[in-house]
Design a protein around this ligand. Sequence first.
Ligand code: EPU
Length: 420
Amino acid sequence: MAKIIITGGETLDGEVQISGAKNAVLPILCATLLADSPISIGNVPHLHDVTTTMELLGALGVNLTVDEKLTITVEPTAMVETIAPYELVKTMRASILVLGPLLARHGHAEVSLPGGCAIGSRPVDQHIRGLQALGADVVVENGFVKARADKGLRGGHYSFDMATVTGTENVLMAAALARGTTVLDNCAEEPEIVDLANCLIAMGAKIEGAGTARIVVEGVDTLHGCHYDVMPDRIETGTFLVAGAMTGGRVLARRTRADLLDVVLQKLEEAGAQINTGPDFIELNMHGKRPKAVSLTTAPFPAFPTDMQAQFAAMNCMASGVGVIRETIFENRFMHMNELQRLGADIQIEGNMAVIRGVERLTGAPIMATDLRASASLVLAGLVAEGETTVDRIYHIDRGYENIEEKLGGLGAKIRRVAS
Ligand code: EPU
């Protein structure tokens, strides 16, 4: 199993190109199932989750081609398989995103229940209820969500019990091809939902309000092909900026958007960073200073993202002062804390709250990645820990970060991957 080995202590200084957003490209790839003509998707990040989604679409009978720039062209066919098997779904929860499109376009779909994962139980009841509001018959049987709409979906009203990102996306995609008007309330407002809606609009969908709590969709009969470039990854951007902050350095993130990261940038400024932004870049400069610990509470967009919680936890471990972190989205998203303690961090956990007292120095040790963002936080901690840190099980990181060791290496980090 591959490992990442980091020798801590280097101050990062340089530029990094941000890749396309994982959590936007995955729903957009699934949305191609709705189209009746070829779609090409650009700015696709080279990630394991993208490969898994392509395998899933391939298993459903869709033809995909990839060019040297990683632009993916999807050629929908009239005859598709409508069963998404457990073997593919279990490795990536986002596979549930084929449910809405398959049902809307083909009148039936069977998608294996994704089950829980390392960060929490993650049910899909809201996806199911939303589709039922559009007239689908849905049963959960033998580990599969089985959905039918023999006469096609019709517009309806659904108010989500909680803001769910993929839940909103699944029902939005289904509503695009439902007959009549759909009104969705208490929707998640994440920018990736806006990106998906923009792609659907480019395919001919009629959608208003994406990025707000109420989305209104006027169903259309067919959706056509288009070219769509995926938005930049705000979490990758934030991760590199935190790396800059922790090492007292300067990081210029290019091909990204500051408006996607308002709260994260605010917290970095609170930590003592100087932030300078332009239309497609964010520059962070710590001028050699040690960051100050910050307190934060994760919540749905536009509040502080749960996907940046672990990285800020790593920063607090070596910052001056005490930071209190509250995780309100997932019930088990503190697994990085134990590993950070192995590097010498002072962390006390009470329920969903972690009180982190910054220490003068972390020291390198073998540690283990447990999920995607946890892995990123361990790599960040390794950048400042004295001596060598070995992060095991880094396949987690390859799910969501494109060439992280090359990109950090380009900023001056001493980091390498070994096959083990
Ligand atoms: N929830 C339910 N029922 C549902 C759906 C969600 O109870 O039917 C609960 C969840 O258990 C959770 C909360 O609602 O407590 C919010 O979960 P959400 O559905 O928004 O999460 P998700 O759509 O499964 C996406 C991202 C995650 C990110 C979360 C929160 C994708 C592919 N995944 O997951 O990304 O953490 O939103 O922003 O978009 C990551 O990239 O590392 C990652 C985990």
